[in-house]
Design a protein around this ligand. Structure first.
Ligand code: GUN
Length: 296
C-alpha cells in the first residue's frame, strides 16, 4: 500500500479561510481579536516562529502586538509585561515563546498569564480543565493533529493509538485528548517514551501512530502495521550540504519507507507544522468571542 499524503498546508489554509470570515463577521460587531507574542532573546528559530505568527495574524485580520525583549531581560520585567497584556482589553491571547533563556524560570511566567488569555493552553488551569474534559484552550499542536485526523476522515473512536514522546507540549496533551469522551476521543492510547521496552512491539499494534519523540528515524517501516495512519510531529534539522542553508528538515518517521505501508501519512515539512499557528489563531478568535459573551 502507498499512503495518501495528509496535506497540512491545505487543511491549514481551509481553516484560516474559515477564521478570516469569522473575523470579518466579528468586525461588524466591533470585535477585533488581538494576540500578543513575546520573544526573549534572539534564537533564530524562535524569531522566525514569532515572525510567522505576526504574519498569520495580519493575513486573517487579527490585531497583533509582537514584543522582542533582549536576552538579558529580568524575569520580573517579563512577568510585568505579561501582566500589562492581562489588563489590555485589545489583547485576547498571550503567547510567550518557549524556550526562555536559562536565567528565566518558565513556571512562574506561564502562571502569570491570565488563564482566560492563555491561547497556548499551557497554564495549569487550562491543562487541568483539558484533563477533566472541561471547556478550555486546547494546546495548539495536539489540537492541530486532531483537526488533521478529523478532516481526513480518520476513525478515532475505538482506534489503538500509540503516541511516541511524552512532552508537555505534544505527547501528554494529545494522549489526554484522545481518551476524552468526545468526537475526537474514545481511542485506546499507549504512550511510549525513552524508557519504554520494545518500542517496536507497541508501535506495531497501532492503528494510528503519533510520532513526537524529537529524533529522526524513530519510526521505521518494520514497526508500522499495514494501513496504519502516521502523524509525524518531529521537526529535526539534519546536515545537508546540497542545501543553501546547510541543513534540511526531517520528521521522526522514515517517510520514504513508511509511506509504503501506511494508509495516510503527514509529511515534514507541510504536515502538522502549518496547523500549529492556525490553531493559535483559532484559540485567539475563540477567546475574543468568549470575552464578548458570544458562543465560541
Ligand atoms: N515553542 C515551540 N512551540 C511552542 C508553542 O506552541 N508555544 C510556545 N509558547 N512556545 C513554543
Amino acid at each position: 500500500m502507498t499512503a495518501q499524503i495528509i496535506d497540512g498546508k491545505a487543511v491549514a489554509e481551509q481553516l484560516r479561510a474559515e477564521l478570516k470570515s469569522k473575523v470579518a463577521d466579528l468586525k461588524t460587531k466591533d470585535i477585533l481579536p488581538g494576540l500578543a507574542v513575546v520573544l526573549v532573546g534572539d534564537d533564530p528559530a524562535s524569531r522566525s516562529y514569532v515572525t510567522a505568527k505576526g504574519r498569520a495574524c495580519d493575513e486573517i485580520g487579527l490585531y497583533s502586538d509582537n514584543r522582542c525583549l533582549p536576552e538579558l531581560t529580568a524575569q520580573e520585567d517579563l512577568i510585568s509585561l505579561v501582566e500589562e497584556f492581562n489588563h489590555d482589553p485589545r489583547i485576547h491571547g498571550i503567547l510567550v515563546q518557549l524556550p526562555l533563556p536559562k536565567h528565566i524560570d518558565e513556571g512562574p511566567v506561564v502562571l502569570a498569564i491570565d488563564p482566560a488569555k492563555d491561547v497556548d493552553g499551557f497554564h495549569p488551569v487550562n491543562v487541568g480543565k483539558m484533563v477533566i474534559g472541561q471547556e478550555c484552550f486546547l494546546p495548539c499542536t495536539p489540537h492541530g493533529i486532531l483537526q488533521l485526523l478529523l478532516r481526513s476522515g480518520v476513525q478515532i473512536e475505538g482506534a489503538e493509538v500509540v503516541v511516541v514522546g511524552r512532552s508537555n507540549i505534544v505527547g501528554k496533551p494529545i494522549a489526554n485528548m484522545l481518551i476524552q469522551k468526545s468526537l475526537t476521543g474514545n481511542a485506546t492510547v499507549t504512550v511510549c517514551h525513552t524508557r519504554t521496552h520494545n518500542l517496536a512491539d507497541h508501535v506495531r499494534r497501532a492503528d494510528i501512530i503519533i510520532a513526537a519523540a524529537g529524533r529522526p528515524n524513530t519510526i521505521t517501516a518494520d514497526m508500522v502495521k499495514e494501513g496504519a495512519v502516521v502523524i509525524d510531529v518531529g521537526v529535526n534539522r539534519v546536515e545537508d550540504a546540497t542545501r543553501k542553508r546547510g541543513y534540511r528538515l526531517v520528521g521522526d518517521v522514515d517517510f520514504d519507507s513508511v509511506k509504503e505501508k501506511a494508509s495516510l501519512i503527514t509529511p515534514v515539512p507541510g504536515g502538522v507544522g502549518p496547523m500549529t499557528i492556525t490553531m493559535l489563531l483559532y484559540n485567539t478568535v475563540q477567546s475574543a468571542m468568549r470575552a464578548a459573551g458570544l458562543e465560541a
